[in-house]
Design a protein around this ligand. Sequence first.
Ligand code: SF4
Ligand code: SF4
Length: 450
Amino acid sequence: MTDVNIRFPLDLDSPRFSIRKPEVRSDRQGDMTDAERVDRAMQSFMKDFSATTATYMESCIHCGHCADACHFYKVTGDPKYTPIWKLEPFKQAYKREAGPFAFAYRAFNLKPKVTLAELEEWQHLLYDSCTMCGRCTMICPMGIDIATLISQARHGMFNAGLVPHELWAVAERAEREGSPLGATAKVLKDRIEWLADDYEVEIPLDKPQAEVVCTLSSIEIMKYPESIVALAKILNHLGTDWTLRSDGYEATNFGLLSGNAAWQKDMTMKLINAAVAAGARTLVLPECGHAYGALRWQGANIYGKPLPFTVLHISEFLAEQVNSGKLKLKKLDKSVTFHDPCQVSRRGGATQAPRDVLQAMGADLRESRDSGALGWCCGGGGGVVTIHRADELRHAAFDINIRQINATGAEIPVTSCSNCRQTFDDGQAHYQWDKSMNSLLELVADHIAD
Ligand code: SF4
Ligand code: SF4
């Protein structure tokens, strides 16, 4: 008999389903006792409780609007993916230890102590199911910056040794080798020599002084090396005095994503020091979303004073060139739709720049229903793409992108983030989708007018 009460999306945790999903695995690093892990998480949470955090924590009116904003809630309908719920242990610690009524919360045990079991359960919510995309932040009527609070809560998780293993491993490798994917300075040098030879393009490396220092993401170096060639073709065509630097090229920041503030600082300072050493006036960030947030908005705080150069995402740099008339482009004879990288568009505000560039190519731009600041995350940001146990959830969330892009009728999707591109490539293979993601940078290089 048909169960007419079944609703979609299916609630697989409902008792009506006899085969329950396995518990989500949680990972541990280090040899701490259970009590030490909880203490370290609490100490870290307390360190991050500022006046701003307190305002956020006290402002939630439990309206639930943030739930509908989150792709992970949207595709599962599971209340545990409600953004503000992902912060529950963080909130619990605040109320009990730091809020204005902390004494009462403790005296009457209104908020019990956070336990290790809760922290382990929340590992899935703070890492696997949050890309720190900020869509919930945008929607919240009280202006609560949930994405930033998640980032702060990750500090406590890292200090307690409670990070998903793959994310911890790439963050540790980035700290140790300078790249999360093994793109060491030597690998970069070899790649550049190979690309310069194969594509007959000059790619300057380690010029002592340059007006513009460019940076790369490991994903570009290892998976999309043509984007380095594209960068070189454009900058050489413009006659820019530019360089890549082997002492500061890796722009991804897995310190930020894993929750290790010291590693985040190390990665950021390498780029700042390289740009300062070159006397650069501009530091150009690559097609990488979180790199933008880590340097553009947090760089000066980490440096401790204003940065002595301008930070631009590559799409902003390209927009400046086309808008000033320095870069002329040939017509792109295809209809396109632009996928906004969350950290650059919604969190960064650089929403118009890629559209200016596409317009300069005379592209037939077809916006998806929720484009720009309200665009849906690819599902792989925030380090989620590295976490294998999150694959199923990530693929489910990706379906939103397929439906929105298909509805535009555009021939090709374009983006300006290699992490989004990688997530799209993976989603394309998973769903056998007939569309491939394109890089804005590579499209521009292919359409330089003579
Ligand atoms: S930041 Fe994005 S992924 Fe994280 S809870 Fe908010 S909407 Fe969901
Ligand atoms: S949208 Fe804002 S106020 Fe409403 S439940 Fe979410 S965090 Fe709280």
